[in-house]
Design a protein around this ligand. Structure first.
Ligand SMILES: *Cc1c(COP(=O)(O)O)cnc(C)c1O
Length: 385
């Protein structure tokens, strides 16, 4: 089965472009809310860095989820989409002064702080505004995730977070600062994680850390476990909605939440990946000496994941029902890594055929660049057709 696209309506459009299926996005949001809603005090934030298309963000904002930002620009995008500032959490290993000030001016819910120097600056900037900044500390739990090396973030060797051994020192410092309010702990171990055991390992670590903190008299009102839930890139038609039921249950079963404590999640990919496709046009079918190439007008500038992470995206020829043939699907960029897939079966391709690269709603449009002086791809939602 192929994805359901209004192919005839795509015919005269400028390619490449992103297409977001609003039904899939809405079903995903409904499922997230339903599954998280089974547990008291579970708060889900959407990680804007996965996709900040204003039309997509508006739909997510309307669903009532909170928002996780990693830059001042993302805070602005969230506010522009109508997100309430008290639902915004802000993480990032290098926050600039203007970004911190933007968060303070808007009274965002929480800064996820990653170092003592950063804490000192937030305290100073908050003092200048006579405000109290609410903070969680991002702790590096030294928990590995079974995913691509470039998207693990919770190992001691990664640049993210505060080392576990420094946790009490940092919280002690925060307690002495007049313009800081300590809320709790934050974690994020990586992305595209499909093994629930990785989330069990994180839960076990958090249980240990909470026991340790309580023995020092520190109480966390909030725990934030970050995001990372993976999706099925191989079979987007069969599995359009990620397994949120198992995901939330894993935390409910393993993380020992204290009475009245809130558990926060920051999900990016799992919310937006499956609703998006990159639609591109076949420019040429070229016969090489060992293989044939389907040369399309989208490149790594439009979707960089295959070049950057060796990522797989299912590819479909949505203009042809002819017999399958084997192709390398490649873009026009002057880089050998500008290849979407090698040796892949597609319905026979012709010049002008529309090709869909599936599961591209996360880390697709938002990572597009103008390399080779290319225009950025436009994103449309299905209700615009
Ligand atoms: C990227 C990121 C997320 C979202 O990760 P996904 O794998 O897309 O769910 C959540 N929290 C933080 C701090 C991040 O950097």
């Amino acid at each position: 089965m192929k994805g359901l696209f209004p192919t005839s309506k795509f015919q005269n459009m400028k390619t490449p472009f992103y297409y977001y299926d609003v039904d899939i996005l809405q079903k995903t949001l409904d499922t997230v809310k339903q599954e998280a809603g089974k547990y008291t005090n579970f708060c889900v934030h959407y990680a804007v860095k996965a996709n900040a298309n204003p039309k997509v963000l508006k739909i997510i904002s309307n669903s009532g989820l909170g928002i996780d930002c990693v830059s001042g620009g993302e805070i602005k995008a969230a506010l522009a989409a109508g997100v309430a500032p008290e639902k915004i959490v802000y993480a990032g290993v290098g926050k600039s002064d203007w970004e911190i000030n933007l968060g303070l001016d808007n009274n965002i819910f929480c800064f996820n702080v990653e170092s003592i120097p950063e804490l000192e600056i937030i305290n100073e900037l908050a003092e200048a505004k006579d405000k109290k900044a609410k903070v969680c500390f991002r702790i590096n739990p030294n928990v590995g995730a079974h995913t691509h090396a470039n998207i693990t973030t919770g190992l001691a060797e990664n640049k993210f977070g505060i080392a576990m051994e420094d946790m009490e020192i940092v919280i002690g410092k925060a307690a002495e600062m007049k313009n800081i309010e300590f809320l709790g702990l934050h974690f994020h171990i990586g992305s595209q994680i499909l093994e629930m055991d990785d989330f069990v390992a994180l839960s076990n670590r958090i249980n240990e850390l909470q026991d340790r903190l309580e023995s020092h008299g520190f109480i966390c009102k909030h725990i934030n476990v970050g995001g990372g839930l993976g999706i099925d890139y191989q079979q987007p038609n069969e599995n359009p909605i990620p397994n949120f039921a198992d995901y939330f249950k894993t935390y409910a079963d393993n993380l020992k939440l204290r009475e009245g404590q809130y558990l926060h999640f920051e999900l990016g990919r799992s919310i937006v990946a499956q609703c998006g496709s990159l639609i591109t046009k076949t420019l040429y079918v070229k016969q090489g000496s060992f293989k044939q190439f389907c040369i399309v007008d989208a490149g790594m500038t439009d979707l960089i994941r295959p070049a950057l992470y060796d990522a797989f995206h299912l590819i479909e020829n949505i203009s042809s029902e002819e017999a399958m043939e084997t192709y390398d699907v490649v873009g026009p960029i002057c880089e050998s890594s500008d290849v979407f897939v090698k040796g892949f079966e597609l319905n026979k391709c012709h010049r002008g055929d529309l090709i869909a690269l599936r599961s591209a709603g996360a880390y697709g449009e938002i990572m597009a660049s103008a390399y080779n002086c290319r225009e950025l791809p436009v994103g449309y939602i299905s209700t615009e057709f």
